[in-house]
Structures are given as structure tokens and as C-alpha cells.
Design a protein. Structure first.
Length: 396
């Protein structure tokens, strides 16, 4: 111990820089929590897709010669485990930054801890308002998804313009994610169309039949599914079993083609046909992008670094999109990145990310913590989402 202290003192005396956690001469280590099992296991691919992209970047020489090591731990979508595993990543694995962690309540639960220690918490899989609106208090934390409240407002404005007499029912997760979506919807509807019923569910629930029965009895002709993939599928399935065929709007966090395929198999084409959502990434399963350079790259990276995964699980593709932004941030952080230089880079982005739809940019400033401010409306037809209309603003 004494010799170690002596070495530290000598290094300080010589003016040697203190080592940056997570950075060695040859590696940069990032960490994050992803639900690989549990009620939101569909999101496991977000971590795997990002990791595959980092491996591709490493095969091309990494970032300034350093390879990216990405340690993502399975928190089972359990907030207590998120807290425990995040501490482990910071205190034992000494990661440079927490990256791409999935979940709203989860991100908010670790925010104070990471900000106290000045550890970047970057490109969280959430669009919850607090991550952007409270950036002065928590400058080290930034989301990636479009604003949830903004997404809800987009649906509200669209319904107000195109279905002003709609009677709207809402199934929503009882969390900041679901509540943000619902308040955004109400804001977007204004005085048009009426919300005639709302029902919440808990992430631990095993069924939502009673909620759907109550929503059907409200006389609604339009159903909002502000839900994670498992519960979005339940929403389609339970409404179908009730003989209820409303016009469905489904949050963008649950629209991967493989999820929609399950919903269709559980019901029928009529139940899912015409569903509306928003999107911001290219759909690598659609003919529209078959010749696109980035979609081809995605398929090549999948084949080489993630051969056991399904290419139509678009959460893999999303994982690569967010990893692209992280690599860009690390490059902008300089040849010898520190936590401070990584945060500085993350708050000064103006990126054309080729995984995203044309016109959707990643832009940040020290006063704008919403990286993605434009999206497109999409309608489900046959087996794919089809974009329609112009790009729309994703937050107010």
C-alpha cells in the first residue's frame, strides 16, 4: 500500500496525467444494462446490435487505434438490478461511460449516482422528458430516442387533423414513459377528438385482458398502445379476442417487424393493418432500402459478428444506429479521451447518421439534450411499415 501511494505521489510530482477510467493504450471500455431476459427481453438485441457494430469498427482499426470493449449486463428490466449492475460497471469494471442502457425508470434511477461521479450516461434507450428538461441539474445524462411526450403529441395532432371525431382509448405503461406519451397525446389532441378511456398496466403484469375489456366498453374506435413490445402484442391479441377492431396507434419502441409479425400471427392481418406509428431509422427488412449502402452494411455486420440473430429484429439495427453515434462521439472526444471530453463531444453533435432516415439528424448542444428532433409517420401495410407525409418535429 505504501509503495503504491509513493508511486502515485511520484507520478503527481512529475505532472503525469491521472489515468482515465476505461481508457488504456489499446482499449476503450463502455458499459450498460440491457434486458436480455425478463418482461422486456425483446430489447436484448439493442445491446447485441451495438456490440456487433463496435466489433466491425474494431476490425477497421477502432477509434484512433483503440478497440472498443462493450460490457452490457442483463438487468432483466428490474430497476434494483440496474442500480447494482451500473455500480459494478463503474466501480469494478471502471468503464469510461455508461452507454445505451435501456429503460426509462432504470435511467432515472441511476442518474444521480452517475452525475455525482461525473460518469457520462449517454444515448439512453429512452425519450423521457426529464433526461432533456433537467440537463442543467444532470449534465452527464442524455437520452437518444425522440421525446415520448413529443411522440404522443404527434399522434394527437394527426388524429385532430384526420379523425377529429375519434373516440380514443389508451393502454399505457404505469411509468414516466407511459405518462409522458399520454400527456403528449392530450396536448396534441387539443380540443379535437376525445380520450374516452385510459388504462394503465404494470411491467410485472402477466395479462391486460381486464384493461382491454374496460377500454372496449368505453365505446372507443381508436386504441393507443403506449406499451413495450410484450404488452403491445397483448394489446392487439386481447382486443382481437374481444371482437374489437379499433384503429391502432402503437409507440415506436414496439414496432420492430418481428414484433408486428407476432401480433399478426396472434390475431389476423385486419387487426394490425393500418396501424400508425413514428419511425426514425430505415427499415432493413423493406424492399425500399434493399440497395441502401447502410442497410447492406447492417446485413454484412450481422452475418459476420452476430450470425445467430435474425436480421428482421430491427432492435439490432437500432443498436447499430446508436453505436454509430457513440463512435462519432469518441472520435470527437480526441486521441486521449477523458470523461469530460466525451461529454463535451456528446453535447456538440451535428451528425448525419446513415442508419437513420434521410433528413433525421443527430444534433445536440449544451442546452439541447434531445439528439433526435425529427421523425416520420408510418403506417403498417402487409408486412412492413410505410412512411407517409413530411418529417415532423418530435418535440416542442
Amino acid at each position: 500500500m505504501i509503495s503504491h501511494l509513493a508511486a502515485v505521489a511520484a507520478a503527481l510530482a512529475l505532472g503525469a496525467p491521472a489515468a482515465t477510467p476505461g481508457v488504456t493504450a489499446t482499449t476503450i471500455t463502455l458499459g450498460g444494462t440491457i434486458p436480455i431476459t425478463g418482461p422486456a427481453a425483446a430489447y436484448g438485441s439493442v445491446g447485441k446490435g451495438a456490440d456487433a457494430y463496435f466489433k466491425y469498427v474494431n476490425s477497421k482499426g477502432g477509434v484512433f487505434g483503440r478497440t472498443i470493449v462493450y460490457k452490457f449486463e442483463d438487468d432483466e428490466f428490474d430497476v434494483a438490478k440496474t442500480i447494482l449492475l451500473t455500480r459494478q460497471l463503474v466501480e469494478q469494471d471502471n468503464v469510461l461511460a455508461i452507454f445505451n442502457s435501456v429503460g426509462t425508470e432504470h435511467a432515472l434511477a441511476i442518474r444521480s449516482y452517475l452525475n455525482d461521479r461525473k460518469v457520462p450516461q449517454l444515448f439512453v434507450g429512452s425519450g423521457v422528458t426529464q433526461l432533456a428538461s433537467e440537463h442543467k441539474k444532470y449534465p452527464w445524462s442524455m437520452g437518444y430516442l425522440p421525446s415520448f411526450a413529443g411522440e404522443g403529441a404527434i399522434y394527437g395532432r394527426y388524429i385532430a387533423a384526420h379523425q377529429p371525431k375519434a373516440r380514443v382509448a389508451v393502454l399505457y405503461e404505469n411509468s414516466d414513459f407511459g405518462k409522458d406519451m399520454l400527456s403528449g397525446l392530450r396536448h396534441g389532441l387539443g380540443k379535437k377528438a376525445k380520450v374516452v378511456g385510459t388504462q394503465a398496466y404494470e411491467i410485472e403484469d402477466t395479462d391486460v385482458s381486464s384493461q382491454l375489456a374496460k377500454l372496449k366498453s368505453s365505446g372507443a374506435d381508436t386504441l393507443m398502445l403506449f406499451a413495450t413490445p410484450k404488452f403491445a402484442i397483448f394489446g392487439y391479441d386481447r382486443s382481437f379476442r374481444l371482437g374489437w377492431h379499433p384503429h391502432v396507434y402503437v409507440t415506436s419502441v414496439s414496432i420492430s417487424p418481428d414484433i408486428m409479425k407476432i401480433a399478426k400471427f396472434a390475431t389476423n392481418q385486419k387487426q394490425v393493418e393500418g396501424s400508425v406509428s413514428i419511425a426514425f431509422v430505415k427499415d432493413p427488412t423493406s424492399k425500399q432500402w434493399a440497395k441502401d449502402k447502410t442497410v447492406r452494411l447492417y446485413k454484412t455486420v450481422m452475418k459476420r459478428f452476430l450470425p445467430s440473430a435474425k436480421a428482421d429484429d430491427v432492435f439490432n439495427y437500432y443498436g447499430m444506429a446508436v453505436a454509430y453515434t457513440m463512435v462519432d462521439t469518441l472520435r470527437k472526444a480526441g486521441r486521449n479521451p477523458t470523461r469530460e471530453s466525451v461529454l463535451r463531444a456528446a453535447t456538440h453533435l451535428n451528425e448525419i447518421n446513415p442508419f437513420l432516415l434521410p433528413g433525421v439528424r443527430i444534433r445536440t448542444t449544451p442546452n439541447d439534450y434531445y439528439p433526435m428532433d425529427k421523425v416520420k409517420l408510418a403506417r403498417y401495410h402487409g408486412t412492413h411499415w410505410q412512411f407517409f407525409g413530411k418529417l415532423v418535429r418530435a418535440h416542442d
